[in-house]
Design a protein around this ligand. Structure first.
Ligand SMILES: [Cu+2]
Length: 124
């Protein structure tokens, strides 16, 4: 009699464990490159008060990029190839045609360090 109760409890405990394992796991993190078209590459520009995350961003000429703007701190924007990127339009598909160095600056008057927010895109 007691053996029967114990084995039933063990089975229930196991089923509960399997249920918790299968349902309680967090979602897989979404890859940033998930939404890219075939052959497209990601250029992510992250900004804080008052700097870009890199002093230069290297891209390949003739390749279609999804340029994503991320404002980690503050409100900033950039203009890349004539396209305004800001919180309202944080991403755009851009192809860099001509090799060279292109200065990028913050396009929104964001505060004291605004004038020093400069980086560059190097098209190779
Ligand atoms: Cu600014």
């Amino acid at each position: 009699m007691h053996k029967w109760v114990m084995s039933t409890l063990v089975v229930i405990a196991c089923l509960l464990g399997v249920y918790l394992l299968s349902s309680g796991l967090p979602d897989k993190p979404k890859s940033e490159t998930a939404g890219l078209a075939e052959g497209q590459e990601l250029l992510k520009i992250t900004m804080t008060n008052f700097e870009f995350d890199k002093s230069e961003y290297r891209v390949k000429a003739g390749t279609l990029y999804k340029v994503k703007l991320a404002n980690k701190l503050g409100v900033h924007g950039v203009k890349v190839n004539g396209v305004d990127l800001s919180n309202d339009t944080p991403e755009a598909d851009i192809t860099f045609d001509t090799p060279g160095e292109y200065e990028i600056r913050c396009e929104i008057m964001c505060g004291q360090g605004h004038g020093n927010m400069i980086s560059k895109i190097i098209v190779e």
